[in-house]
Ligand binder design. Structure first.
Ligand code: SAM
Ligand code: SF4
Length: 330
């Protein structure tokens, strides 16, 4: 079987697929207050097209998919798509990243789909007013309720916290405290300039090192050996049930073991978060490409995967990174 091996010997077995560019929140680090220019519906991949792309990728060795967006639960019949995807016998794991505002009523269904293993819930503050400032929407009670329900569910729960200088850095250790009694993974993400307008003027640079220092100022933490291709460096505070991770998303020290590719909601294939998109799969499919054509294409596209995110950024034709994470699929 041909598999997706890049020119640096990295085996690709993970795809992140954005199912929509739409979102019900307006997180300040992800998009402007007025939102982004969403694309006409017909430009989005259909669920059938997504199913087909994933099927072909799984025939090339991909066994794990993360569904993201925009907000995946905003797209009509997202649950139906999860069900459809679960029928792919070559797929072991389906993970979902969500803001949690539209999830609670679907929990039972999510638990019943056995391939759904991990839910990443984005929650950047545990304080209602601050949450509202960051997301520009008044949905903290619903998101917190979802957090509590997910924690009790059979799904593995990871909390995603984007560390934002001047906004939530004083809550880093409140999040660590949550892991004392709760068997969850809290992951702190370095903020990146994917927000629709480019680098924000931040007071302080909260990179990996600074976040770790902050945690170590209050907790005795031990590093947990990470799985190869993990995006985070992981730690556990003494006598805590859960773990904390730090994702060096911007300082990019994790690229050596990268095992992933991305597909945006409009079908743009990306080898790296920092590239500006290397191929339009949607038009290729709509112009009649066969599954074999798709296979050949994927095999050659991954050969162009850049060594790391800095090389990908330097090779961009569209200028500095500034596109919203909502259009890329975070
Ligand atoms: N709407 C869903 C959510 O918020 O979880 C899924 C899409 S969102 C783009 C995926 C992840 O990217 C979220 O955890 C979000 O916090 C993160 N993210 C968005 N913009 C970011 C940025 N500029 N820097 C770092 N992480 C970002
Ligand atoms: Fe929406 Fe997620 Fe972006 Fe927030 S981070 S605006 S929830 S896509």
């Amino acid at each position: 079987m041909h598999t997706l091996l890049d020119s640096f010997g990295r085996q690709i077995n993970y795809v992140r697929l954005a199912v929509t560019d739409r979102c019900n929140l307006r997180c300040q680090y992800c998009m402007p207050a007025h939102g982004i220019d969403i694309v006409p519906r017909k430009e989005l991949l259909t669920y059938k097209e997504m199913y087909r792309i994933i099927r072909v990728l799984t025939e090339l060795g991909v066994n794990k998919v993360r569904l993201t967006g925009g907000e995946p639960f905003v797209r009509k019949d997202f649950i139906g798509f999860l069900e459809m995807l679960s029928y792919n016998d070559l797929l072991d794991t389906i993970n979902v990243t969500t803001n949690g505002a539209l999830v609670s009523k679907h929990l039972e269904k999510l638990e019943s789909l056995k391939k759904i293993k991990n839910i990443n819930l984005s929650i950047d503050s545990l304080q209602e007013e601050k949450f509202k400032t960051i997301t520009r929407r008044d949905v903290f009670p619903e998101v917190y309720k979802t957090f509590e329900l997910l924690e009790k569910s059979s799904l593995n729960l990871k909390l995603n916290v984007v560390v934002q200088s001047g906004f939530n850095t004083n809550e880093i250790n409140d999040f660590v405290r949550l892991t004392k009694e709760k068997n969850i993974a809290v992951r702190f993400i370095e903020e990146m300039p994917f927000n629709g307008s480019g680098q924000r003027d931040l007071k302080e640079n909260w990179n990996f090192k600074r976040i770790l220092q902050e945690i170590q100022s209050q907790f005795d933490v031990e590093e947990i050996p990470a799985k190869k291709s993990s995006t985070s460096r992981n730690y556990q505070a003494k006598n805590h049930l859960g773990t904390v991770g730090i994702i060096p998303a911007f300082t990019r020290t994790i690229c050596n073991d990268c095992n992933r590719i991305r597909i945006t909601s409009t079908g743009t294939f990306k080898n790296c978060l920092f590239d500006d998109g290397v191929f339009n799969l949607r038009d290729f499919i709509r112009n009649g490409a066969s599954n074999n054509d798709l296979k050949e294409l994927f095999l050659s596209l991954v050969k162009e995967k850049p060594e790391n995110g800095f090389v990908a950024e330097a090779n961009r034709k569209k200028g500095n990174v500034s596109e919203s994470m909502s259009t890329i699929g975070g």
